[in-house]
Design a protein around this ligand. Sequence first.
Ligand code: CUA
Length: 307
Amino acid sequence: MTGSAGEHGAQFNRLFGLFLGVTGAFYVLVVAGLVLALIHWRRRGGEDGARVAERGLIFWLGAVLLGLTGLTLASFVADRNVAAAMPSGARLRVELTANQWWWDVIYSNGNPGERMRTANELHLPADVPVELVLKSKDVIHSFWVPALAGKQDMIPGRTNTLTVLARRVGRWRGQCAEFCGTQHAHMALDVTIEPPGKFAAWWRAGLAPAATPSSALAQAGYDYVTSRECANCHTIAGTPATGTLGPDLTHFASRASIGAGTFPLTRGHLYGWVADPQGAKAGVNMPTIGLDAQNLHAVVAYLEGLK
Ligand code: CUA
């Protein structure tokens, strides 16, 4: 979806429209003045031309002063509007940690029993202010959901916060906005803004442990994933897999994409990803293990069941 989905975005859009209008009008005035001056100079020139130029200059000075003052005031008002819309002390906190090249996402509301972890997706309740706590694990990244708010750097060893107020229900795209390595362009974030009731249901579902395998093939996949290489890096809640180097996979199959927005989550892309992550996203920290066909089918069957 396009357009603005949050309080910041809406204010920025209005401000951008105003700046574009005012500066556009000034541009037209400058060109018109130039053309008029050329015509005038050709026709008359001399003393008369100098008088016209003087009058034009005074008019221009007034127009520039008026325009700049107006834009400054408009910026100030937009800034105040954003501040007024954000009540202090948002209770809902989302901790986003940037990694090369994925997003670790932790939801908390002050109750330790309801702390929920996911990856590469951000769900926000509409009309509820949310405090985003932005960190980085390796290099400098930048959180940017254009429809929601402006960019905010994510710096190793430093915590930045950004309070957002989502307004429009829908799905939006976030993108890392600071060059962070070869796969910087493939560091996207799926953003879903939903009514508060639906958001609460999503959160509750996220607290549940992973689904148990529902077929013999998926069971074989479970055995592989939770006892071999995969478990060193990934957590799947309720199983022996407790690695934290890679994204949490507890409810992997309920997400929209693979590899931080690199591919849509379809069976074909999932096969491609599990079989050869290096071929799919070169340089990614997930190694290409070289699964044989039987294990590949099993692992994909298990992952597909992690709703
Ligand atoms: Cu992370 Cu660019």
